[in-house]
Design a protein around this ligand. Structure first.
Ligand code: IPM
Ligand code: MN
Length: 370
């Protein structure tokens, strides 16, 4: 049996707590002999800053490059508001994405039947929802140069961020979206702002060309990102796969998260190019929720997004799709039984702790393996 090497980066805030539940899951999988994982652990974000005055060290970066997958918790917190910009906690995550070439960010927003009440939208709008947001992750305004604040000398300053996309970046993310759609409901909605932005004009053009050339059998539609956002809350079930740039994807995926009931429910996978020789790809898996410093250390955090992110690792990095299905089924089962953490609690249910939720999911998984 192959040994898979994981680098665990719990990070800040609730990161270590939710990662704790994934560690239990990994321990169980190893003990059962279902797969073999070897784990290393490192520091990232504020935690790394405390130890090294950097948001991630070169040696942790080397470990990340050598690992078969990185499992990431969360970074950030007001404690580090005044650290130098280059060393802010988020910089560690951005470096991982950029240096590992993780251009494709998959954010599935699934509304578990038991949670339709927890959404701020009406049950009929979100029940049965299953959309996949494909966010471009290594380009656009997040990384474009110049990125500066200049003193104009007249009491004014000028801030510049640069939104930039090359053809190849749009082509490869479009392919990821079309390939996923083929395994789902065969529809891709591309979102940009071609009415205002040149990058939107090119985005639209390139996605259309890739479609015409390679994916004629998939349904493609274009929406402006602002009205796309509106449609996400108006009638989200019209969407199957949404493909969009780095910044729009950041915003739209937080909106999509709330459709599912809570930010605590949304997992994500960040994937690189498949290596032609090894057939492997670099990958990082992280919950979409942040570090939630306000509830950190209290056992209140919802570990589902973290556990579901690990399930995505099983599926996308280790060809353990059957195990991933079972982990997801175990999550659905505990929710169906009425188990809720504070963020998804509705009237008449009592909230359980992070570890109670993790243990319950593991117990369901054990039952599925009979
Ligand atoms: C996310 C986060 C990050 C982002 C932050 C932490 C840099 O919000 O993964 O969505 O903006 O991409
Ligand atoms: Mn975000």
């Amino acid at each position: 049996m192959a040994t898979h090497k994981l680098l665990l980066l719990p990070g800040d805030g609730i990161g270590p707590e939710v990662m704790g539940e994934v560690k239990c899951l990994i321990g169980w999988i190893n003990a059962q002999g279902i797969a073999r994982f070897e784990t290393e652990e490192g520091l990232v974000g504020g935690a790394a800053y405390e130890a090294s005055k950097q948001s991630i060290t070169d040696s942790t970066m080397s470990q990340a490059k050598a690992a078969d997958a990185v499992i990431f918790g969360a970074v950030g917190g007001s404690k580090w508001d005044s650290v130098p910009y280059e060393a802010r906690p988020e910089a560690g995550l951005l470096r991982l994405r950029k240096d590992l070439g993780l251009f494709a960010n998959l954010r599935p927003a699934v509304c578990y039947p038991a949670l339709a009440e927890a959404s701020s939208l009406k049950r009929q709008v979100v029940e049965g929802l299953d959309i996949m947001i494909v966010r471009e992750l290594t380009g656009g305004v997040y990384f474009g140069e110049p990125k500066t604040i200049t003193d104009l000398g007249n009491g004014q300053k000028r801030a510049i961020d640069t939104q930039v996309y090359d053809t190849y970046e749009i082509e490869r993310i479009a392919r990821v979206a079309f390939d996923l759609a083929k395994k789902r409901r065969n529809k891709v909605t591309s979102m940009e702002k071609r009415n205002v932005m040149k990058s939107g004009v090119l985005w639209n053009e390139v996605v259309t060309q890739v479609h015409n050339r390679e994916y004629k059998d998939v349904q493609l539609e274009h929406q402006l990102a602002d009205s796309g956002g509106m449609n996400l809350v108006k009638s989200p079930k019209q969407f199957d796969v949404i493909v969009t740039d780095n910044l729009f994807g950041d915003m739209l995926s937080d909106i999509a998260a709330m459709l599912t009931g809570s930010l605590g429910m949304l997992p994500s996978a960040s994937l690189g190019e498949i290596d032609a020789k090894t057939k492997k790809r670099k990958s990082l898996f992280e919950p979409v929720h942040g570090s939630a410093p306000d509830i950190a250390g209290q056992g209140l955090a919802n570990p589902i997004a973290m556990i579901a992110s690990f399930a995505m690792a099983l599926r996308y990095s280790f060809e353990l799709g059957a195990l991933a299905d079972k982990v997801e089924a175990a999550i659905a089962a505990v929710l169906a039984k009425g188990m809720r953490t504070a963020d998804i609690k509705s009237a008449g249910t009592t909230a359980v702790s992070t570890s109670q939720m993790g243990e319950a999911i593991l117990k369901e998984l054990q039952a599925l393996y009979g």
